[in-house]
Design a protein around this ligand. Structure first.
Ligand code: ADP
Length: 542
């Protein structure tokens, strides 16, 4: 027997329709790529998104066609998203921080028909346009006054392009399983892989993201996503903010500490979300000038592990912290941390212990940890294993790739190694490929990095395994010091001593001027392993 409820397909454009109806005047504020602060509302974004749809329709874009964006977080990017999805086309957010060769490969693999770009990325596109035969037109997110000379095919300024439409365009209703958006993983190992989100998975993910323990800021709050829309849909915020009527502040392309602080402070932002490297720049800016952010209630951090010292720095400034874990394949939220009721009165160290875990799964995500043969491991907070997930907003296959990515029970292997405790708190100990295998046991590179990052002179720390004839691998700590600070190998090892098991202690410390990062802001371990492949440890027997 079926239920007798209405059939209301879960479609992404219904989110902006809802925002335009119920939160029409709620503001969307952007630091524009051209410079000035721009203010608009959900009602205007909705109206202009329909103009985008109308123009795409006139350009022959049909359901299932891919439209790429290379763009920062701005109101125009939001309009394009909803305009593309509203006609059942697929919004393909391309990460412009990838190498031009990878960008060309991705656009060609996705067979994008139109590329919408910010001014910032014109030079990249001009360099690779000859290798993009599927692209019929380039739309530049600016007005005629700022439109540069370009040879890109049929290039037009966005404002002039949508000016030619009257917005008298009705969005369709179609199957909620229709593809809505697409995002390629950064491909630090192998070719990038395309994740294809559906309208249904995206709407369900939005509801997950809105839950109290997730990133929900509600209609009373103001949120600023520092994580770009091209990085797993700005972790869902470009959907969840309009769905809740949250006032939205977009940082454009300026993510340095000064610019981020200015906007957080001037617009009285209550919630912000970003990767540790960007949040660290904010903290340094605040620390050096003794600044505060009295309106900022919560910082959510993900993408890489958030060091304990960073969590404490925010808490000490009266700012709450939520640690999130996820990945492109998961839309991306997998877990979000907060203090469950039994821990509300915990002392500071215990609170930090909990906030340092990656959190617990929201409804809609199922997790398990397994041994190498796929056998389930206990949730005892100690046993670590391969972290596998299944749920309503998790990929079951990659776009145009004929490989099976699920186990017999339908779980996807995240490539992470984790423990889960009896309260459901999950702690990533490593990426499976980064874990250091020493004498048949595993050493967590993340734990060592977090610990080292707590040493005041250290700006950033990375740990990789170096081949050792006896132990197989031993940890090497690579550090970048804060400007003007000094420290010796012994200072750092003495600081770490006693805080981890003795056999976890790094065999050596090297000082570098720069630690490489991937296009999604993570420490580029493959590049570091390559750089230090001939490194000889000073340890006896090495
Ligand atoms: P890519 O693989 O394209 O860089 P993702 O952003 O999807 O992009 O990366 C997902 C991976 O990032 C996760 O599998 C995990 O290893 C890491 N990660 C994400 N959030 C955290 C976190 N809070 N703590 C530790 N690692 C994290």
């Amino acid at each position: 027997m079926f239920g007798l409820m209405q059939d209301w397909p879960l479609l992404c454009h219904r989110i902006i329709e809802h925002a335009a109806r119920c939160h029409a005047e709620q503001e969307v504020i952007t630091r524009s790529v051209e410079g000035p602060i721009h203010r608009t509302s959900y009602a205007q974004i909705h109206a202009r998104a329909r103009r985008v749809s109308q123009q795409l329709d006139r350009a022959g874009i049909k359901r299932g066609h891919r439209v790429a964006t290379l763009a920062w977080n701005t109101w125009r990017h939001l309009e394009v998203w909803y305009g593309v999805m509203g006609i059942g086309a697929v919004c393909h957010t391309v990460n412009p921080r990838l190498f031009p060769d990878q960008i060309a490969w991705i656009i060609d693999h996705a067979q994008d028909k139109i590329v919408v770009t910010d001014l910032t990325f014109l030079p990249i596109l001009e360099q690779i346009a000859g290798r993009l035969p599927s692209v019929e037109q380039y739309i530049v997110l600016t007005d005629n006054a700022h439109m540069p000379d370009t040879q890109l095919k049929n290039a037009v300024a966005y404002e002039a392009w949508i000016e030619a439409a009257d917005g008298d365009f009705v969005w369709d209703t179609f199957d909620e399983n229709t593809a809505a958006a697409m995002c390629y993983t950064s491909g630090t190992t192998g070719d990038p892989k395309g994740v294809l989100y559906s309208h249904r998975s995206t709407v369900l993910h939005t509801l997950m993201a809105n839950a109290g323990d997730s990133l929900g800021a509600g209609a009373s709050g103001t949120i600023m996503p520092l994580v770009p829309m091209f990085h797993a849909n700005s972790w869902g915020i470009a959907f969840s903010a309009p769905s809740m009527g949250t006032r939205l502040v977009m940082p454009g392309g300026k993510l340095d500490g000064t610019s981020v602080y200015e906007l957080l402070q001037a617009e009285r932002v209550n919630y912000t979300v970003g990767v540790p490297t960007v949040l660290q720049m904010l903290l340094v800016h605040m620390r050096e000038r003794d600044l505060e952010l009295p309106d900022l209630r919560m910082v959510a951090c993900g993408g890489s592990a958030m060091p304990r010292s960073m969590i404490k720095a925010f808490l000490d400034r009266g700012i709450g912290v939520r640690h999130a874990w996820g990945m492109t394949e998961m839309s991306p939220i997998g877990t979000v941390g907060g203090l469950k009721s039994p821990f509300q009165d915990a002392d500071e160290e215990q609170r930090l212990d909990i906030l340092q875990t990656q959190g617990f799964a929201p409804f809609g995500v199922e997790m398990k940890i397994t041994d190498d043969r796929g056998g389930a491991l206990p949730w005892d907070g100690k046993t670590s294993g391969h972290l596998k997930v299944r749920g309503a907003a998790i990929a079951k296959a990659y776009y145009r790739m004929n490989v099976s990515i699920l186990d017999d029970d339908g779980y996807f292997d995240t490539g992470d190694v984790a423990t889960i405790d009896n309260h459901g708190y999950m702690r990533i100990t490593d990426r499976a490929k980064d874990v250091i295998k020493s004498g048949g046991e595993w050493i967590s590179s993340i734990d060592l990095e977090n610990l080292a990052a707590g040493y005041p002179a250290i700006a950033e720390a990375a740990v990789i395994g170096i081949h050792h004839p006896k132990w197989d691998e031993r940890p090497l700590l690579i550090v970048r010091l804060n400007e003007g600070k000094s420290a010796t190998r012994d200072d750092i090892l003495t600081f770490m001593n006693g805080k981890v098991a003795k056999w976890w202690m790094p065999d050596d410390v090297v000082f570098v001027d720069d630690i490489p990062h991937t296009a999604t802001g993570k420490i580029h371990k493959t590049a570091l392993r390559d750089r230090f492949k001939d490194y000889r440890l000073p340890t006896p027997g090495a």
